[in-house]
Write a protein that binds this ligand. Structure first.
Ligand code: SF4
Length: 196
């Protein structure tokens, strides 16, 4: 059997839970996060010692709720597994992106960021339990551009009653003005075990 060309790493940690989300996630202390990162990297070493992947995608959860040491450890480890011209993506929550994080992404050859923006309306962001504002999202994009990371994608959500046509217009304008390379729209689904 041939080995896969694409690697997905799940970071199941968040700082808080959004009202609609039923992904695998938990709020954990630093010790648990450290152990998880070490375990994952050890497993990859064992299973894929000399393997190069065309794409590596770190999703969550909220991968950038890891501290700088954990993030750097994980990315440093993974960057050697990326093939030449490979795509290395990490999902991020906009409000957690800092200069140090952007530098860590750059140093470790991360070349694509997937931002969970969801909507441009701050009232709706609050309603669905997000902890960022649209201003945070703009700041994060600006910061990433400063660190030469321009391949930015964003997730948006639709399907809740409070969303108006103006909100859609605002989202489309935002996508255009921020020159996002890729966007995904997800329909709200009400799932068991969520606040909604
Ligand atoms: S949507 Fe993302 S940030 Fe919100 S709870 Fe789910 S995994 Fe965490």
């Amino acid at each position: 059997m041939s080995t896969p060309n694409h690697l997905y790493i799940h970071i199941p940690f968040c700082n808080s839970f959004c009202a609609y989300c039923d992904f695998k996630k938990t709020i954990a202390n630093e010790k648990i996060k450290n152990r998880y990162i070490k375990k994952i990297t050890n497993q990859i070493d064992k299973k894929y010692a000399n393997k190069k992947f065309k794409t590596i995608y770190i999703g969550g959860g909220t991968p950038n709720c890891l501290n700088n040491y954990q993030l750097n450890y994980l990315l440093k480890h993974l960057r050697d597994k990326l093939s030449i011209n490979g795509e290395f993506t990490i999902e991020c929550n906009p409000e957690l992106i800092t200069k140090d994080q952007a530098q860590i992404f750059l140093n470790n050859n991360v070349n694509r960021i997937s931002l969970g923006i969801q909507t441009t309306n701050n009232k709706l962001l609050k309603l669905i339990g997000r902890t960022h504002t649209i201003e945070d999202a703009k700041k994060a994009i600006y910061l990433l551009h400063q660190f030469q990371i321009k391949n930015i994608s964003a997730d948006f959500i639709y399907g809740f009653n409070e969303l108006t046509l103006k909100d859609f217009d605002d989202v489309f304008n935002f996508i255009k003005n921020q020159k996002l390379k890729h966007v995904s729209f997800y329909s709200l689904e009400i799932k068991d075990g969520t606040k909604f």
